[in-house]
Structures are given as structure tokens and as C-alpha cells.
Design a protein around this ligand. Structure first.
Ligand code: ATP
Ligand code: MG
Ligand code: MG
Ligand code: MG
Length: 563
């Protein structure tokens, strides 16, 4: 590409709306342009870089055995009603109505659509496992679109979905994807960490996020300084519908096979680091089924997530005023033989029959009618559920824990039968018996990864692209546009680089060299090849953006050195 022909307009000043460095530099280097809040156009340089990230992801997905498809962005509401997410997704989902008054959704994710395909197409265990992915724009009406490409309302995602007959098969694919994701982020030249996240409700290491470490990251992660342990503490900065701060949360579990431990629920609270919550889980004596969790502490509740993960859950956080409204009295739990002084209990407001009596002399007690502890239910009590804190020892190796900011660029999940069950994705097993499929899902924010790359690679002068993602690897600069020798050599080297498959820009603009350097630094080409004073001898200068080194080379050595 010749710079003189390239559609790029660099800016000296940083547009006011940009807060983080990637947003500032992408605007200044003419890579993106804002259309509306959280909605951007990719201009040629930005699109080239985006495509590079996309292709790395595509190559690693294909290598890992996943198959690319392309599903519609426009999705019928019925599918979301069937899965139960129509109500759960809330305001983040972009909804629209067609001329016949039918409701649709602009896909924020595609579990429903892909499961619909599979349930209609696959009937035998022989066709499984299967992993399908797509790379496509997603729509989420984020409460606070910001940071440019990092939190958009229309953004590019790679989303993949796998279907299995057994949990072992899902476990294998999860590991396979974990490996592929690590390769993607390594190839992008990023400093990243796989982080345990939201694992609770699915069990085990059911969910991993891939965080690119950067100060501007919206998430806080705790990691071990001696081993690979790392966990997302889900601080309150995420923008999913947060309910106000609560100190008492009652979660009524209705049909929740995935929830076995209190931690499974507590995982879905946004408990800040260094804080703990107290929680207890009530279980049915006969079946051992958990049916209610009470949690007390200082936290925010990520209601959407909680509802998303756990099959059916009612979240109620009652303030003193609300308690009064429901006619409930805060009380203490009866004599369970534990120190429960500061754990309050309230009754499920949907249950009208509540016993409010005075037990054990002067203790107020509120509980379900005709429910006897020990006979009908028992409680597992866990105090200080979140014990992982900075400064404490690593739960895995005993090493020292520290915290860092991270940008969530990837997220992989063992979904189990959450969608396959509600949407009826079944197959016939070896014995001809109908079984529900097991499912996993795997996302990478392509556009967010691009922005995260800049958050990690910049200096005062601009972007410092890792070669794998740079829109152009080399910027060939003719120092003096009036010098014919220089022009001839620059032209020669430009062609030679192109012939060798190196993405090259030739800055052939009639501008001073200092001006060209400034633009080159801002755009972030990993290499500049300057055809200057020694052009007549066939000697050029190679400038390395990252290290600021300058090396003199003969024209023959240029391609070899860069490749
Ligand atoms: P966040 O916690 O940042 O809101 P998420 O957990 O809602 O992200 P997922 O549903 O896990 O996101 O989607 C998979 C990936 O898509 C994320 O890991 C992230 O890289 C990307 N992503 C999600 N939301 C956005 C957004 N608004 N803009 C750009 N990329 C996004
Ligand atoms: Mg989100
Ligand atoms: Mg997240
Ligand atoms: Mg996520």
C-alpha cells in the first residue's frame, strides 16, 4: 500500500471522549471512527489489524478441530422464550419487532440458535462430539459502552459451541479449547492469564476467562506469584445489571441440580477483594436437595449472571423498609449449635404462612410454617466463604497471592445440559435410549482483543504493534522525495517485501521525514526501512519500533532480517 493512496487520516490531538489508551490511539491513528455510542466503523488500517486477530483465531480453531459456520444475527424471540432467557437477559438484549409484529433479537450470543440447529439435525451418538464456531458481530446494549472497542454495543466475537454425549468428552474439549485459546493469545503477542471464573454453579473448573493484563482492565484478578493459580474476583465494575449494594441476600433455589455448595451461589456475587460473606445453604433432609441459600455481607449481586447460570432462582434483597412492607421480622436462626449471632434469616416472601414466634426465651425467629430443622431440612453453614485474599497464601501451592487488573478477552464455559435440556437437544445412545446432550461454549472478543493489544503495547509516540497483528509490518520511508536514488531504492525494497509476503506500506507522500516518522510511530509499524543518504550504495536504515534500535543494512539483507 502506498501511503499517498491509503485512506487514513491521523490526528494530532486526542478526541476528548477517549479515556483509555487504545481508544485514544485508535482514533488518532485513523483506525476507527465512531458512529454512535459503542458503535464503530473500522477504517482500512483498523480493519487490517482486526482481520489479523480474526485469522489467528480462525487458524487455531480449525487446527483444534472446530468447524466454522455463520449463523444469523437476527433471531426469533420464540427461541429465547423456550430457553428461558427472554426474561433473564433484560435491557442488555437488543430487541425489535417486524412488520407482522413478531419479536426478534439481535444476537448477543448464540447458544439458542446453535442448539436449535443441532436438535433438528443430530439424532445419533455417532455424530457427536461436534464443535461449531462463528466469527460475527454481536449486539449488547451495554449500560455503559466505553473505552472504544473494549466495551462496544456492536462488537466482533468468535463464539463456539460443542456438543457431547458424556461429561468426559466435554472435559476433553474444554481442555482442547483452553490450549487453543492460549495459542491464540500467545500468537497475538499478549501477556495474558487464564483465570478461574464463575466456576461454582457448573462445578469444578467449569469456566475459565482469559485476561490480558493491563491497568485499564475492568476486572480484578487474584493470582499466585509462584504457580498458575488465578481467579477473577468479579469486582463491581462490570456493567451487567447490578442490583444495588446489599447486605442480605436470599436466594431461593427451585430446580438447581448444578448447585451443590454454598460457594456455587456465592461465586455469582460481586464480593470485592479482601471481603468475606457469610452464607448458609438449606437442604431437604430426605433428598439432600438444596433449596435456599442465605448470604450476608457487603457485596453487589450480579443478578443476570446468577439467573443465567442457575436454572431457577429468585433473588430478593430486602432492606429494613422492604421487610416491613412484606410484614416480615428479621430474626435469628434457632439453636443449630453454631455461632450465628450475625446471620439473619428472613422468610421467602412468596410464602404467606410464616411463623413469627419467640423461641428460646427472647430470640425472634422467622421461618416457614411446619418446617422443622433436623426433620425437614438441614443447613450447611459456611462462614467467610470467600477466603482468597491478597496477602494470603495460594489455595493451590501455598505461595503468595497478588492482584492485578485484567481485560476479559476470552471466556470458555462448561454449560452441561442447561440449553440442551430446555431446548430438547437429544440423541439416541448405543442402546437406542434418548439422552440429553452435554454442551460447552467458547467466546473470544475479537475487537476487544485488538484493543487490549494496544493497552499492552504503546509508548508516548503511539502504538507498538506485535508483528502478528500490525496492519502493516514495515513502513518504507523515502527520506527525501526529490532524491531519485532514494526513490528507486525505496520502490525496489517495497516490491521485494511485497513479493516475500510482508505487509508493507510505502510512505511516498511529499512530506518531510520527521512528519513521516511521527505518523509511522503513531500507527505503530514494527519496522521502518529508511532509504536515505546511503541509498546510492544500496544501504538503508532499519528502525525497530519496540526497541528504538537503528541498524544499517544492505538492501539484500532487509527481507531476511524482517522475516
Ligand atoms: P464483560 O464481563 O466484559 O461484560 P462478558 O462476560 O459479558 O464480558 P461473554 O459473554 O463472556 O462476555 O462474551 C465472550 C467475550 O466477548 C468476552 O470474553 C469479551 O472478550 C467479549 N465481549 C463481551 N462483551 C463485549 C463488549 N461489550 N464489547 C467488546 N467485547 C465484548
Ligand atoms: Mg457483559
Ligand atoms: Mg465477564
Ligand atoms: Mg464472560
Amino acid at each position: 500500500m502506498r501511503f499517498s493512496k491509503c485512506y487514513v487520516k491521523t490526528l494530532k490531538e486526542t478526541p476528548k471522549e477517549a479515556e483509555v489508551i487504545s481508544h485514544k490511539l485508535m482514533l488518532r491513528s485513523g483506525m476507527i471512527k465512531k458512529l454512535a455510542s459503542g458503535v464503530y466503523t473500522y477504517l482500512p488500517l483498523g480493519l487490517k489489524a482486526l482481520k489479523k486477530v480474526e485469522n489467528i483465531i480462525r487458524e487455531e480453531m480449525d487446527r483444534a478441530g472446530a468447524q466454522e459456520i455463520l449463523m444469523p444475527v437476527l433471531q426469533p424471540a420464540e427461541l429465547w422464550q423456550e430457553s428461558g432467557r427472554w426474561d433473564v437477559m433484560g435491557a442488555e438484549m437488543m430487541r425489535l419487532t417486524d412488520r407482522h409484529d413478531r419479536s426478534f433479537v439481535l444476537g448477543p450470543t448464540h447458544e439458542e440458535v446453535v442448539t436449535d440447529i443441532i436438535r433438528n439435525d443430530i439424532s445419533s451418538y455417532k455424530a457427536l462430539p461436534l464443535n461449531l464456531y462463528q466469527i460475527q458481530n454481536k449486539f449488547r446494549d451495554e449500560r455503559r459502552p466505553r473505552f472504544g472497542l473494549m466495551r462496544g454495543r456492536e462488537f466482533l466475537m468468535k463464539d463456539g459451541y460443542s456438543f457431547h454425549t458424556t461429561t468426559e468428552s466435554l472435559d476433553d474439549e474444554f481442555e482442547n479449547m483452553k490450549g487453543a485459546y492460549s495459542k491464540v493469545f500467545e500468537r497475538c503477542g499478549l501477556n495474558f492469564r487464564p483465570v478461574e471464573a464463575d466456576s461454582g454453579a457448573i462445578g469444578g473448573s467449569g469456566s475459565q476467562e482469559f485476561h490480558v493484563l493491563a491497568e485499564s482492565g475492568e476486572d480484578e484478578i487474584i493470582y499466585c506469584t509462584s504457580c498458575d493459580y488465578a481467579a477473577n474476583v468479579e469486582t463491581a465494575t462490570s456493567t451487567i445489571n447490578h442490583l444495588p449494594k446489599a447486605e442480605l441476600l436470599e436466594v431461593v433455589l427451585k430446580d438447581t441440580p448444578n448447585v451443590a455448595k454454598i460457594e456455587d451461589v456465592v461465586e455469582y456475587l460481586n464480593v470485592p477483594v479482601e471481603q468475606t460473606v457469610k452464607a448458609m445453604m438449606y437442604k431437604d433432609m430426605a433428598t439432600d436437595e438444596p433449596y435456599m441459600v442465605l448470604i450476608r455481607g457487603d457485596f453487589e449481586v450480579n443478578e443476570v449472571k446468577l439467573k443465567n447460570i442457575i436454572d431457577t432462582v429468585d433473588v430478593e434483597m430486602l432492606t429494613d423498609e422492604e421487610l416491613e412492607k412484606y410484614g416480615l421480622i428479621k430474626g435469628f436462626i434457632g439453636p443449630y449449635g453454631m455461632d450465628l449471632k450475625d446471620i439473619k434469616i428472613i422468610a421467602d416472601p412468596s410464602i404467606t404462612e410464616i411463623s413469627n414466634h419467640t423461641a428460646g426465651g427472647n430470640k425472634k425467629d422467622t421461618h416457614y410454617m411446619n418446617m422443622n430443622y433436623g426433620r425437614d431440612y438441614k443447613a450447611d453453614i459456611v462462614a467467610d466463604v470467600r477466603t482468597v485474599k491478597v496477602g494470603e497464601t495460594c489455595p493451590k501451592c501455598g505461595g503468595k497471592l497478588d492482584s492485578a487488573r485484567g481485560i476479559e478477552c476470552g471466556h470458555i464455559f462448561k454449560l452441561g445440559n442447561k440449553y440442551t435440556k430446555s431446548l430438547g437437544a437429544t440423541y439416541l445412545d448405543e442402546n437406542g435410549k434418548t439422552q440429553v446432550m452435554t454442551m460447552g461454549c467458547y467466546g473470544i472478543g475479537v475487537s476487544r482483543t485488538l484493543a487490549a493489544t494496544i493497552e499492552q503495547n504503546f509508548d508516548d509516540n503511539g502504538i507498538i504493534w506485535p508483528s502478528a497483528i500490525a496492519p502493516y509490518t514495515v513502513d518504507v520511508i523515502q527520506a527525501n522525495m526529490k532524491d531519485e536514488e532514494q526513490g528507486k531504492l525505496a520502490e525496489e525494497i517495497y516490491k521485494e517485501l511485497l513479493n516475500n509476503g510482508v505487509d508493507t506500506m510505502f510512505d511516498d507522500r511529499d512530506e518531510r521525514i520527521g512528519f513521516k516518522f511521527k505518523d509511522g510511530d503513531l500507527i505503530g509499524f514494527p519496522f521502518k526501512v529508511v532509504c536515505g543518504k546511503k541509498a546510492a550504495e544500496g544501504i538503508v536504515e532499519l528502525k525497530i519500533r519496540r526497541t528504538n534500535e537503528t541498524i544499517e543494512l544492505s538492501k539484500e539483507e532487509v527481507v531476511k532480517t524482517i522475516k
